[in-house]
Structures are given as C-alpha cells and as structure tokens.
Design a protein around this ligand. Structure first.
Ligand code: SF4
Length: 236
C-alpha cells in the first residue's frame, strides 16, 4: 500500500505545507497565515486558531457546494482531544444543525465509542473531509475534496492528534491512492504520518445497514477496531 498523497509529508507540519503548495490560489493567503499557527502550545492556543479557521470556513465560497448548504459543518469536540475522527461529508441533519455526526449514524457511532470505553466529549474531535452538505448526499467530487482540504489539513495541523481515524472510503481516499480499498486495510495502523497513528474504520452509515453482531461481521469488526484504538490511546 502506498499512501501516495501524504508520503511527501511524513509529519503533520510538512503535510500541511504540502497541501498549502497544492491549495487553490484564493485560499493560499490564509493557509500561509495558518502555517504560522501550527505550533500551538496549549489547548487555549489551539482553540483560538480553530475558531479563526472556522470563521474563514463559514464564509467559504471555494466550490459550488456553498450555493446549496444551510451551514458549514466544521467540527464537534475539544481542541485538545487525542483522537481526530474524519468522516466523509455532512448529511442533511448535520447541514441544519451545523454539527457533524448528529443523525442516526452519529448516534450509532456514539454507541460504538462508549462500548469501547471512548468518550465522544473528551477523547474525540470529529470533522469531515468536506465541510458542506452535498445535494442528494452524493459522494463529494475530487475537485470539492481538493478545494476543502485547506480546512481539514488546517484542523489536523492545529490539533496534532495522537490518533486519526479515517471513517469510510472518502476519508481514506483523501490520504491514500484511490485504488486502496477500505475493506483491505480497515483496522490496520497505517504509516501515513510519523507522529500520528492512523487507522481506517467503517462509516457508521454503512453499519446502519448491517445488523449482525456475530464474529467477522462489519459491526463486530468496528467493535474490535475501536478496542484497538482504546488500547493504543492508553499506550501512547
Ligand atoms: S465544501 Fe469546503 S471548499 Fe466547498 S464551499 Fe464548502 S467549505 Fe468551501
């Protein structure tokens, strides 16, 4: 497996610089400014930098999704959370609430997290690959994901989480080649950043359609994957 999109930046600051170089022109000024802020020393500094980034994001018109959104959906969780969970795109409930993972899939995620001994409030910072709802819940295009990466990589650069969870294929494919299948690498620790453990996990929207909890079923794998996350968190 070649995590080609991230391999030039083996640590998070380098990755942010790499994305800055690839960022579309009207976002560059802000990203350059942001890169001066990636060495936040404490949670107050992180929180301040995130609020600043969120304010810019809320005005963003860098792709056509700005025309159909109700609100930008930036994040939920504490700036000093050790785990960052990255989903795909806001759904209709999230578009209205302005918060990620608040619908049925979010409720299922909360159950899996608490069953694994993880606290959504204290351990997890949640965001999405793109910050605006896509019409009819379609998969975000590559151009939309590229336009929005400035915010995602800004969030990663400011928070510098110990663990990143890539939740579903769209989140995974932001970091690895398109032909890497989530079914092949789900639950494995991925060598994407030197300074952060990364794992792909199933998206809870997919698990809503999978009801069995027997061994080797998708819900069983999700439980085992999150137990690995809990163990890793206790060991680092
Ligand atoms: S999806 Fe991202 S890049 Fe597109 S308008 Fe929304 S915030 Fe901007």
């Amino acid at each position: 497996m070649t995590p080609a999109r991230a391999e030039a930046g083996k640590n998070i600051k380098n990755a942010a610089e790499l994305w800055y170089n690839n960022t579309i022109v009207n976002q560059r000024g802000y990203m350059k400014h942001l890169l001066t802020k990636v060495n936040c020393k404490n949670s107050d500094e992180k929180q301040k930098a995130l609020v600043e980034l969120q304010n810019v994001c809320s005005q963003c018109r860098a792709c056509d999704l700005c025309k159909t959104r109700t609100s930008t959906v930036f994040s939920d969780g504490k700036a000093d959370a050790p785990v960052m969970l990255i989903g795909e795109a806001p759904g209709p409930e999230e578009d209205i609430a302005g918060k990620p993972f608040v619908g049925r899939a979010g409720q299922l995620l909360n159950t899996f997290l608490s069953d694994a001994g993880l606290s959504r409030e204290n351990d997890i910072y949640i965001c999405n690959t793109i910050k605006c709802h896509t019409p009819q819940n379609r998969i975000p295009s590559n151009a939309e994901r590229r336009a929005c990466q400035v915010y995602l990589f800004g969030q990663i650069s400011i928070i510098r989480p110990k663990i990143i969870l890539l939740c579903g294929s769209a989140a995974l494919q932001t970091f690895v080649d398109d032909d890497v299948k989530i079914s092949d690498i789900r639950g494995k620790w991925l060598n994407i950043f030197d300074d952060t453990e990364v794992m792909a996990i199933s998206h809870p929207a997919y698990l809503l359609r999978q009801h069995s909890t027997e061994a080797n079923t998708p819900r069983w794998f999700m439980k085992k994957d999150l137990e690995k996350v809990k163990n890793m968190l206790q060991s680092i």
